[in-house]
Design a protein around this ligand. Structure first.
Ligand code: NAD
Length: 712
């Protein structure tokens, strides 16, 4: 399989090929075509083919200039990821790009579809670039934990300046053709056939007597201290702990201080350093599992049901977000609310969400208006769902209310329609059993805000028909979500594991750590937020309600964070009330620590007869992660998650787990399961109720195995 690291999956294609790089002369222009399906990745044969083509061009009396093209839909999708981590094979990409740049005859690159990573670096080696409308240009290497390694960090700032290069390279994003031309990354924009557009440009250059224009020979860009510092600040905050983005900024800085050859050597040095980091391995793992998560053997040959009309019941936080996500992806949505006032409120939220999409350039105003007038409606009567193919219930988290809604859905929906619930914790099997068609019922657990968050847990009771599961996965793809299959239990994969490591945090607080230290330590590990900041954001009333719900079945040895109950009763419900664990002041970012909270915790310690002790940040991180991994092992054992990669994807896309650590199960393997088990056994000596090692973890250690072995 010839993977390019950067190309999106839907742009990959299969084509029969004879030689990956062809050379022919048309009307004085050598047309060099890269044909390496599915994405014209820069494998060794392509690199060699490009060098051979450059040799031939130099000696070809028929050719006065050259045009480099990609066959099929893309110019070049990127490096060949299957070569990663292996000894490099000649010719290296930096040499290939240099050979193109050193051509004595002008070289034009015609970019259609995408020029990503090494693909853009090849285009930067050309002397002129024509970008076809719809093409994307970018250097996404940092997303895989490396930096551009074939001159991208040196040529981009020479061409478009340091500030613009820093908008692109550390972000690992792409720019559309129009913007590329505005920035000067491409010289002109064209429409239609890239070969014709490229040939026309090359002929024009020959006629005008334009010579070569090597980007590498352009002067060093100005050392823009302000832009460099701003980029460092942004990326050390945004992707805490991640090294490649910061290293890519160092490489851009090198372009301002060194001649091209030295700059490229420096870029290579940083590139090699990044290649050896564990972060690269984590990011590559994340890249592969995001693709594998959709591969479920049980769905082989199972066709999904057709979905074009969607019903959403409840237009609160989740329902409005789910409706927005569906409308943005071209589905028709009917939203049911309790009364007109609630329906109006939901419609206003959805309208605001769509307006946000217009502001971010994701949607144009005309399409927004068309969506709101033609594809979206609200109703208070369930009869409006008679033609819906799939309905998602997002009403209050209360079993009786949910059952009433499902009775209505059962009554009005057409045969073959899918009935889904967005419940966070409730028993989907019980909901399914309450209707006359349990095989059509499934859980679709979205994350808040539902039009932004990538994760969708597909919660599958025993009774669900295979084509309903297939329909859920197809819908997730259509909505741009990453779907993970989960079994039925309290909290499914993510929230069940979350409640365990949240409980570990509470235990540490009771034993002597402050919630503020826990938040700081957890963030230092790479999580975007600590559990207490997160609680304040979600609302402390939610945690309180969960504790109330579980009170009847709680084991008496379990520890209840009575200080959290006290905060709730004081009306300190988190950010929305201005106070929770932290104090939030109008106009100030983030919250301030509050000694009153520490007093409440001291009181709880006294009640439990606890003498507080000190924790190091490292111990906090280890306990937090040990609780996560141990519970994840149980979730795997019980078949709630089928593969460790399902847990990894859940945490990467739903809980902000640092992507460069690959996912919690990947982290566990990297840390070493014997060490983790040892920690848990140590903790169990002081608290054998909470810290029972999961049998799966013990088995893997005794077999000298790891979680990766269970990924299939
Ligand atoms: P919410 O209180 O914001 O919204 C619930 C909405 O449902 C309200 O607008 C209410 O008017 C409406 N409603 C209630 N009963 C109804 C009925 N019988 N018919 C029609 N509409 C009805 O709640 P939410 O946060 O959007 O949560 C909804 C569901 O999604 C819950 O099951 C919750 O557990 C789950 N969920 C919430 C989150 C989250 O972060 N908020 C995340 C994932 C899942």
């Amino acid at each position: 399989m010839n993977y390019a690291a950067e190309a999106p999956l839907d742009e990959r294609e299969e084509r029969p090929v004879t030689h990956p790089v062809s050379y022919e002369v048309e009307d004085g222009i050598a047309v060099i075509t890269i044909d390496n399906p599915p994405v014209n990745a820069l494998g060794r044969a392509v690199r060699q083919g490009l060098c051979d083509a450059m040799d031939r061009l130099a000696d070809d009396p028929q050719a006065q200039a050259a045009l480099i093209l990609g066959a099929g839909k893309l110019f070049i999708g990127g490096a060949d990821i299957s070569e990663f981590g292996k000894p490099p094979k000649d010719p290296w990409l930096p040499e290939v790009v240099q050979r193109i740049e050193d051509s004595p005859k002008p070289v034009v690159a015609a970019i259609q579809g995408a020029a990503l990573g090494g693909g853009l670096e090849v285009a930067l080696g050309a002397h002129y670039r024509v970008a076809m409308k719809g093409a994307k240009l970018g250097l996404p290497e940092v997303n895989l934990g490396i930096i551009p390694g074939a001159g991208g960090t040196q040529r981009t700032p020479r061409l478009i300046g340091v500030a613009a290069a820093l908008d692109i390279i550390p972000a690992g994003g792409t720019v559309p053709a129009e913007q590329a031309v505005e920035l000067g990354l491409a010289d002109r924009l064209a429409e239609g056939d890239p070969r014709e557009a490229g040939l026309a440009y090359a002929r024009e250059l020959v006629t005008a007597g334009a010579g070569t224009r090597p980007v590498g020979q352009m002067p060093c860009p100005d050392h823009d201290t302000v832009a460099l510092e701003a980029a460092r600040k942004t990326w050390s905050k945004k992707n805490r702990g991640e090294v490649a983005r910061l290293a890519s900024i160092d490489a851009v800085e090198a372009a301002t201080r060194m001649p091209i050859a030295a700059g490229i050597t420096e870029e290579r040095r940083i590139f090699s350093e990044m290649m050896d980091t564990p972060q690269r391995a984590g990011l590559i793992h994340a890249f592969f599992i995001e693709r594998k998560v959709f591969q479920l053997p049980e769905l082989d040959g199972v066709a999904p049901r057709e979905v074009s009309q969607l019903g959403v019941i409840g237009g609160g936080t989740m329902g409005a977000g789910i409706a927005t996500a569906a409308l943005l992806r071209g589905l028709d949505v009917t939203l049911i609310e309790r009364d007109d006032a609630a329906a109006e409120k939901a419609a206003a939220t959805i309208s605001r969400n769509l307006e946000g999409a217009v502001k971010r350039g994701k949607l144009d105003g005309g399409t927004r208006d068309a969506i709101l007038s033609d594809a979206f409606r609200t109703a208070a009567d369930y009869g409006a769902l008679a033609r819906a193919d799939l309905a998602i219930e997002a009403v209050f988290e209360d079993m009786d209310v949910k059952k009433q809604v499902f009775a209505e859905l059962d009554r009005v929906m057409k045969p073959g329609a899918v009935l889904a619930t967005n419940t966070s914790y409730l028993d989907v099997t019980e909901i399914a059993a309450s209707v006359s068609r349990p095989s059509d019922v499934i859980g679709l657990h979205f994350f808040s805000p539902a039009h932004v968050m990538k994760l969708l847990e597909v919660v599958v009771p025993e009774s669900t028909a295979p084509d309903v599961i297939a329909t859920a996965f197809a819908l997730a793809k259509r909505l741009g979500k990453t779907a993970v299959r989960a079994g039925v239990c309290d909290g499914f994969i993510g929230n069940r594991i979350l409640s365990k490591y949240r409980a570990a945090a509470d235990r540490m607080v009771l034993a002597g750590a402050s919630p503020y230290q826990v938040d700081r330590a957890v963030k230092a590990f790479g999580w975007p937020m600590g559990p207490y900041e997160m609680g304040d954001l979600a609302g402390l009333d939610i945690g309180y309600a969960t504790r109330q719900r579980r009170a009847a079945t709680r084991d008496p040895r379990d520890i209840v964070p009575t200080w959290a109950d006290a905060l709730y009763h004081l009306g300190r419900h988190g950010q929305k009330t201005g106070r929770g664990y932290y104090i939030y002041e109008e106009g100030k970012r983030g919250g301030a620590e509050d000694p009153e909270v520490l007093e409440l915790i001291d009181k709880a310690r006294a009640e439990h007869g606890v003498t507080p002790r000190d924790f190091t940040d490292e111990e906090i991180q280890r306990r937090y992660m040990a609780a996560l991994v141990n519970e994840a092992a149980r979730v795997l054992e019980e078949g709630i998650a089928r593969r460790p990669l399902d847990v990894d994807v859940t945490f990467l896309h739903g809980y902000g787990f640092p992507r460069w650590r690959g996912g919690p199960m990947f982290w566990a393997d990297e840390t070493g399961l014997p060490a983790l088990l040892g920690d848990i056994e140590d903790y169990a000596r002081e608290d054998d109720f909470f810290w029972q090692p999961a049998p799966l973890l013990k088995r893997l250690v005794s077999e000298n195995s790891n979680f990766a072995s269970l990924n299939g």
